[in-house]
Design a protein around this ligand. Sequence first.
Ligand code: C2E
Ligand code: MG
Ligand code: MG
Length: 699
Amino acid sequence: MPPPQDENLDHQFLRVAIETIDDAVEVSDASGGFRYVNPAWERLTGYSMAEALGRPPSMLRSGFHPDEYYQAAWDTLERGQSWTGMMVSRRKDGGLIHTWLRVYDLRDDQGKVRFRVAVRQDLTEDRRHTEALRVREEQLSLAMQASRDGLCDWDLRSGHFLASDRWKAIVGATGEPEQLAAEFLARVHPDDLDALMEATAAHLGSREPAFTTEYRVVDESGTVRIVESAAVTVRDDSGEPRRMVSAVSDITDRKRAEAGLFHSATHDPLTDLPNRSLFVEHLKAAIGRAGRDARSAFCLLYIDLRHFKLINDGHGHSVGDQVLCSIAERLRQLVRPGDSLARLGGDEFAVLLAGVTDAAVADTAARRLLRRLEQPHHFDGLTVAVSATIGVAMGDANSEVDRLVRAADTAMYNARKVDHKSVGVATPDATARSQRRARMVVGLREALARRHLDVMYQPVVDLRTGVMVGAEALVRWYSVELGTVSPVEFVPLAEDTQLAGKLGQFVLDRAVADLRTWECNGGLPPDFTLHVNVSPRQLLDPRLPASVARLHESGRISRDRLCFEITETALIDRPELVVNAISTLREFGVQFALDDFGTGYSSLSHLRGFAVSTIKIDRSFVALLPEDAVTRQIVAGLLTMTEALGLAVVAEGVETESQQQCLLALGCSRAQGYRFARPMPAAQLHELLASQAGRARLG
Ligand code: C2E
Ligand code: MG
Ligand code: MG
């Protein structure tokens, strides 16, 4: 720019402004040649100021417009008005530029044109985008015609917001164009606004061309409509979003219809509570929330009504239905927002308590729920009381729906069947245990059917002489699937699952057969007793005396050779039946030993009524010998009393010589334990018996 003659601060300021703006500015003088062009002009046209100065604006003519177009512009300027319009010009490199041109004539006092100032705004970019937009707009407007969508166009740089009437009608906007954007945001349902803003921001920050959202709008009368919006964003070359065009459609009716279908597919028709499938979704969502925020862990309550069938049978199904609805209603009243409820099936309900992370709190909540459910229900003069059991499982980010439901179900089952309680809380351990138990029951049943169990024998020795005076049969199960399973684990399981009788019979048959072999081969000491463990259930099984009788009649077993080891639990649970069973079996010459003595509650005097001839001191006592003085005293006292009562004593689990010596010193005469021999196969015991006959000693 040639230095103005009277350059002062104002001029400097204007120069800086003109030189830094994005719009191209050109000034020509009365001679028709360029007098000044700014840097933006140089960039736009590709000509430098030096190349331009003195040359006429027609140097940029593109031939794009007809002569009349230029003529009309000149005519306007001639009339003293400014001219504004599209102008396609040609760059130095031959390319076309689309500009938005504004031309002003500066005249002197006589009205003579001194300078012509033109400001060009580059539309090239805009045009390209407008073109893209136009194509999309066309597509959108086609869609709009078909679907009666509303259309809006939002210029992200200027904030300019244009909307079709249909758009306004759908959104419920009435205001002027300038207020539309603000009005729109005010119309969006407050609960959906954050999500909409977030989705929009995420979309604008991405490179995605289009996105669809759904939200609710509330019009002035408060009517809520659900709209679906399909937006297309136009970006510049650097990916910056420039404008967004969206088509909105009112999907309220469709949604309502869908919701109706959804509701009936996801709710229990009787109680209108969510059904299992919806509850599973709620559980998944809760697990997801817990993953994002540890404080939103939760607990699951599995509620099972007791003897509900009796209500149905006794009062009829309509009363049963009323009870279920009443239960559902009480549950609804008890839960808080954020919790979930469901009827999982017939008489099973589930509750998800959000934010409950402590098992003790869950337990208390379950009890509170239970108290409410168990209050009597009144219908038309009828009062019905229902009781329930609740299983509780704690859920967190690592939970899996299936396992969680199973854990709560198992906790409920255990509470009812095993612990006889009304509320049970699942521990992770309990879940794993119950799975193992389930596998064990299947495996054990099969092992019994195929006789895939084994029996080992552990010698019982005379502590003074080391001579074997008997042996205890100990069952073994080597499962392919579960590995070696301890009888401590599977014997109680057999008890619970009606397999006790079969298992006991198997061991008894095998033990008697092995005894017979030893006997026939000679070398069995005259007072040798075979100990067989008999579980409480087996003891009370009426088939037991019958099978023992058969063994005697068939001559497969001699009198007084057999000793049944029973535990205190058997005595405590059904004492009168046990007394009968023992006396019946004693008639066949079976002796009885009380196993694991000292671990239960029996006093020795109490034992007299049971006609037990031997007690076995539990190995937990022996383990503390000889060091522990109190144990020594207890064992000493025990031995004195048993002697007085005429009972024989076997010390279990003798492992060391010092234990052996201590027991001997205290007057114990018989023992069993690794010190003498571990449980061994029948054939090995037979060899031992044979070598003993040749005077070998154990211990
Ligand atoms: P129990 O009748 O008290 O059997 C003694 C247990 O102590 C056996 O374990 C035996 O191997 C173990 N033992 C023997 N000497 C020692 C020792 O010196 N140290 C140590 N630490 N342990 C020793 P096992 O065979 O695992 O049997 C465990 C329990 O399972 C038995 O305790 C019994 O209650 C039950 N059981 C075993 N077989 C049968 C059966 O055929 N029927 C029934 N009903 N129960 C059985
Ligand atoms: Mg035993
Ligand atoms: Mg024992």
